[in-house]
Design a protein around this ligand. Structure first.
Ligand SMILES: Nc1nc2c(c(=O)[nH]1)N[C@H]1C(S)=C(S)[C@@H](COP(=O)(O)OP(=O)(O)OC[C@H]3O[C@@H](n4cnc5c(=O)[nH]c(N)nc54)[C@H](O)[C@@H]3O)O[C@H]1N2
Ligand SMILES: Nc1nc2c(c(=O)[nH]1)N[C@H]1C(S)=C(S)[C@@H](COP(=O)(O)OP(=O)(O)OC[C@H]3O[C@@H](n4cnc5c(=O)[nH]c(N)nc54)[C@H](O)[C@@H]3O)O[C@H]1N2
Ligand code: SF4
Ligand SMILES: [Mo]
Length: 686
């Protein structure tokens, strides 16, 4: 019998948003998953973990029934008993109503992130929030710092088309690791290298899989990118590698920038970054002499207290050399701002009230423990309704997060596919569909397509989609909004119609709609996103966010990081792991086997000094906590830098406390953002 191949879209939190082809074995089972060859970005390639998706989809531990906790928090599936959907939804609605009556609606926090990136299933929770006037969420866990840095300069969240790498002579991957985190970027990079001999430079504190295949790897100290950029600009101005005519026409303050970087010599930058001055000079010359230079800006290097400043600094480079004017020249951070979709109905924006309190997602620990800096004069959080995220593991300052979730007076409902550590803290757990079991529409930050996927197989057991659960809860809560009376498909249809796009049927039949802009617009030759059309070397940081006092006026090294000191001599980067996607896939045996165990990469000189052998148990600690893991001797980073690829569940660590126990819940300026790669620690043999 011929195989039944059904189109779909990868929903996971990844810039690639791959177009997929799924083998359907019958109405409930899938076989292999492949990348769609016909999509010019996916180009037939997907990551290994999603090609093995059957393992996650048909995992024996998939949640199939609503559950009520009858044992202690945090004990896992044995502490729960199955209940009916009606009983489960009634219990959740009763709890939300009871807590609201007692404390007011802001006591409820619908907490979510991007477990699925589909707009209906991810963002529908906002509609419930706004209708019910529950506390609002400032989603700071991923792009807040990077967005702030990019928007400060370019003014709009879009950039080059990734496929233009085919016309680039130099590709710089800055603070990202596409070999692990967006494999498709590598497809386009490899083609440019093969077809036109393009050079690849990687700027990253450690030799990642991407850095290992590059022509040049600049292994700087974490949090020092601003210094590297200034050192490069010094050389560019001094050696006449800047485009003064371009800057005069398209930028705000080229003369001030020139005067500013005149004092930022390569030697100055070398002292801060730990790189050799000649390496900085050579990189500046290569960049300045190559017109078709494509900087792929990663998210990773923005996850520092000075991350927004550093990202802005990097985004200044193509404006200094005028690379934007050439095919294959410029930069891409995200194309998320490209699509122009009207999300009023999905998110209930028509009933959103900006006077309702807003809570910082990354500060869930302090918030649950009653920190007044976050709660203001509003009520404590006494009810959490969670979809699409696993805060017990992914949020900073695990000790506080855990203590918060352990509160006896906190009601928690988690809608999940698996018994995550967060679900294990819940009073009620609801089983969720996967993307193969519901309909949705997807946009991408790494490419330019809108895609629509319909369900491929029937929902597992009693699993329900996020949309279905929100509608059922809305009914019980008396939350009235047209969005709760529509199907997923109707919401998609309506959004496309009000956004002036082709219909859902048309896009679905064609599989995707390419929204790529013409050369002139994509390269900002008709102006950047600010009213005067100019790129900002000297941003109006006050307009970007309220906490702007520490932002440098012009690109610079902002010395506000958790710097190493005598007590905490190491700088820790908690980078993503290749076989996991945040904590998704930590449940699949093949990913676990490939990642082996929580491991810290340590420079040989540090190992010798501290008497740490390959595979030895070591303890890392700081003021917040300490964790035990195993060392790997690794010469692809500077002495004094440690890397732990994450995000292993807490319970994969010997003492049950994972890497985010060391990460601070400080909000990165100017408008918040998790500082996952900005931690000073000590290390000793355990
Ligand atoms: N396999 C896999 N894929 C993923 C994820 C995953 O966990 N695993 N996560 C997904 C998500 S949610 C996101 S947001 C993206 C993120 O994807 P990326 O854009 O790749 O960002 P990060 O993964 O956070 O970090 C990437 C790199 O930044 C480096 N870095 C850290 N600090 C600095 C610094 O100060 N300067 C410089 N130059 N580099 C620094 C790290 O060493 C790391 O190699 O990936 C997505 N894809
Ligand atoms: N140490 C360290 N910590 C980090 C990072 C790092 O680089 N280092 N990166 C940070 C970043 S960039 C991010 S984005 C966050 C991500 O953190 P999270 O958003 O928590 O990402 P995941 O851990 O993948 O959890 C997503 C959950 O959603 C569930 N899910 C998937 N689809 C659906 C659905 O349709 N419905 C429902 N109800 N649930 C669904 C999955 O089963 C999974 O448990 O982590 C952050 N934490
Ligand atoms: S590369 Fe990213 S979008 Fe593509 S299949 Fe893997 S996780 Fe999904
Ligand atoms: Mo992310």
């Amino acid at each position: 019998m011929p195989l039944d191949i059904v189109p779909s879209v990868c929903p996971h939190d990844c810039p690639s948003t791959c177009a997929l082809e799924v083998e359907r074995l019958d109405s409930s089972r899938i076989g292999k998953v492949r990348g769609a060859a016909g999509n010019s970005y996916t180009a037939g390639v997907i990551c290994a973990k999603v090609s093995r998706y059957a393992e996650r989809q048909h995992h024996p531990a998939r949640l199939g029934q609503p559950l009520r906790r009858v044992g202690a928090k945090g004990q896992g599936i044995d502490a729960f008993e199955p209940i009916s959907w009606d009983d489960a939804l009634d219990s959740v609605a009763e709890a939300l109503i009871r807590q609201t009556q007692r404390y007011g609606s802001e006591t409820v926090w619908p907490h979510f992130y991007a477990g699925t990136m589909g707009l209906v299933q991810r963002d529908g929770i906002e509609r419930l929030r706004h209708v019910m006037r529950y506390s609002r969420q400032h989603s700071t866990i991923c792009v807040a710092l990077a967005d702030a840095g990019w928007l400060a300069g370019a003014g709009v969240r879009r950039g080059l088309d990734s496929r233009e790498m085919a016309e680039s002579d130099l590709i710089v991957v800055w603070g990202g690791n596409p070999v692990s985190t967006q494999v498709n970027a590598m497809t386009h990079i490899s083609r440019a290298r093969k077809d036109r001999g393009a050079k690849l430079v990687v700027v990253d504190p450690y030799r990642t899989g991407t850095a290992a295949v590059a022509d040049t790897h600049l292994a700087l100290r974490p949090g020092t990118d601003g210094a590297l950029v200034c050192g490069m600009m010094h050389v560019l101005f001094k050696e006449g590698l800047v485009d003064r005519a371009y800057m005069a026409r398209y930028t705000d303050a080229p003369e001030e920038l020139a005067a500013h970087v005149a004092t930022r010599t390569p030697e100055w930058a070398a002292a801060i970054t730990g790189l050799d001055p000649q390496v900085i000079i050579d990189f500046a010359r290569l960049y300045g002499e190559t017109k078709r230079s494509f900087i792929r800006i990663g998210y990773g290097f923005s996850r520092s207290r000075n991350g927004a400043a550093n990202l802005h600094a990097v985004s200044c480079l193509p404006a200094v050399t005028g690379a934007w004017q050439y095919r294959g020249g410029g930069a891409l951070y995200s194309n998320g701002g490209l699509y122009g979709l009207d999300k009023t109905l999905i998110e209930g924006l028509d009933v959103k009230d900006r006077s309702v309190r807003i809570l910082d997602q990354c500060r869930i620990g302090p918030i649950l423990l009653g920190d007044r800096r976050d709660l203001g004069d509003g009520p404590p959080i006494t009810a959490l309704f969670i979809q699409n995220t696993n805060p017990m593991v992914v949020c900073p300052d695990t000790t506080k997060v855990r203590a918060g979730f352990a509160r006896d007076d906190l009601f928690v409902c988690v809608h999940e596919q698996f018994m995550t550590e967060t679900a294990a803290m819940a009073d009620i757990v609801l089983p969720a569909t996967t993307f193969l079991e519901h309909d949705d529409l997807y946009v991408a930050s790494g490419h330019t397509h809108i895609q629509i996927a319909r369900k491929v197989v029937e929902p597992f057991a009693e699993a329900r989609s996020n949309h279905a659960v929100l509608c059922a809860l809305a009914e019980r809560l008396g939350a009235d909004h047209p969005g709760f009376r529509m199907s997923e498909w109707e919401l998609i249809e309506d959004m496309l119609a009000t956004s002036g796009k082709p219909s859902a049927t048309e896009i679905h039949a064609a599989r995707w709609l390419d929204c790529a802009l013409d050369f002139e617009t994509a390269h900002f030759l008709d102006g950047f996103g600010h009213p005067d059309g100019r790129f900002r070397f000297k941003p109006d940081w006050a307009a970007v966010g309220p906490d702007h006092k520490s932002m440098p006026a012009l690109p610079d090294f902002a010395p506000i990081i958790d710097a190493a000191d005598a007590e905490h001599p190491f700088r820790l980067v908690a980078a993503p792991a290749r076989q996991f996607l945040n904590t998704s896939f930590t449940e699949t045996p093949s990913s676990q086997a490939r990642e082996k165990r929580p491991t810290v990469l340590v420079h040989p000189a540090d190992c010798d000094r501290l008497g740490i052998a390959e595979g030895a148990r070591v303890r890392l600690g700081n003021r917040l906590a300490s964790v035990v893991l195993h060392a790997r001797v690794f010469d692809g980073l500077q002495p004094g830098v440690l890397v732990v690829e994450s995000i292993w569940p807490n319970n994969a660590f010997e003492e049950g406390l994972g890497i985010n126990a060391l990460v601070s819940a400080d909000a990165g300026p100017p408008r918040g953002g998790g500082v996952f790669h900005d931690t000073a620690v000590w290390m000793r043999p355990a």
